[in-house]
Write a protein that binds this ligand. Structure first.
Ligand code: PLP
Length: 287
């Protein structure tokens, strides 16, 4: 396995960074998760745009042009030779001293890791998953925006811990007003009377690239898609609920806080969207 580390390819054993890196010391940095399907990198440009937007928001200058970064990602995928894989692209502020001051970090560190991934076991895509809502709240958009995919993922980690403590594999996080925002690392959709709803960005969700792809697919299939805030109650009484994400793809949710959704199996609309998503990811993308 070859890992891209600051312009060089090194083996996993040699892929090491300093303990003075501010990504490690302060979570000062940004990242992306990207997927390779049948040798195609899915929506790479969108991921690179989001990475550069995240970096701009925290005043982090990435020392490559977007085209150069795309080249490095594609080269890392090529060297590792996987047909289906997950790419983790990390940009940290770089090595500084123990103080917070980011201006002492001279050069950002850039890491690209490519490896096979299965977030949820395969059978869960057939059966659907159970989720709970948790006490952890999404941070407000007027502080560090949830749209910034930063290395500060403690909120999301706490969501995962709460899910684990409740013996389920994923959880929904609400914003400070009680509107449903998203999952720990995925976006949420509900379907009611054939209409598809997902929370708008301002509720506190990351503008997911899979979310965008699903909205496009749904419109192409003739569905009405609405970006509207909704509450836990709306989720409980929805006909179908599903999550989307680079790692999760599209996964049906069949129980929320003990309430069975629909008849407790993945619904027809979700299945249709997943099928079309799987078909498209193979044909879309960059070689
Ligand atoms: N929400 C959060 C907090 C995430 O970390 C992710 C993962 O990237 C998503 C949603 C889903 O976004 P995407 O579909 O771009 O992977």
């Amino acid at each position: 396995q070859w890992i891209f580390l600051n312009g060089e390819f090194v083996t996993k054993e040699n892929a090491k960074i300093s303990v003075y890196d501010h990504g490690f010391l302060y979570g000062d940095g940004v990242f992306e998760g990207i997927r390779v399907y049948s040798g195609n990198v899915f929506r790479l440009e969108e991921h690179i745009d989001r990475l550069y937007n995240s970096a701009k928001s925290i005043l982090l200058d990435i020392p490559y042009t977007k085209d150069e970064m795309i080249g490095h990602v594609l080269e890392t995928v090529r060297r590792n030779g996987y047909q289906d894989a997950y790419i983790r692209l990390v940009v940290s502020r770089g090595v500084g001293d123990l103080g917070l001051d980011p201006y002492k970090c001279k050069t950002p560190q850039i890491v690209i890791i490519v490896e096979p991934l299965a977030l949820f076991p395969k059978h869960l895509y057939e059966t659907g998953i159970e989720v709970v809502t948790v006490a952890t709240r999404r941070n407000r958009s007027d502080v560090l925006s949830p749209k910034v995919k930063s290395l500060n993922y403690l909120n999301n980690v706490l969501v995962k811990i709460e899910a684990h403590l409740a013996n389920v594999s994923e959880a929904l996080i609400l914003n400070d007003q009680g509107y449903v925002a998203e999952g720990s690392g995925d976006n949420v959709f509900i379907i009611k009377n054939g209409v598809i709803y997902t929370p708008p960005g301002y509720v506190g969700a990351l503008e997911g690239i899979t979310r965008q792809a699903i909205m496009e697919i749904a419109v192409d299939l003739g569905y009405t898609v609405k970006e509207e805030p909704f509450t836990r109650h709306d989720v409980y009484v929805a006909d179908e609920v599903f999550l989307t994400g680079t790692a999760a793809e599209v996964i049906s949710v069949i129980k929320v806080d003990g309430r069975t959704i629909g008849d407790g199996t993945p619904g027809p609309h979700t299945k249709r969207l997943l099928e079309e998503f799987r078909r498209r990811v193979v044909v879309e993308g960059v070689k």
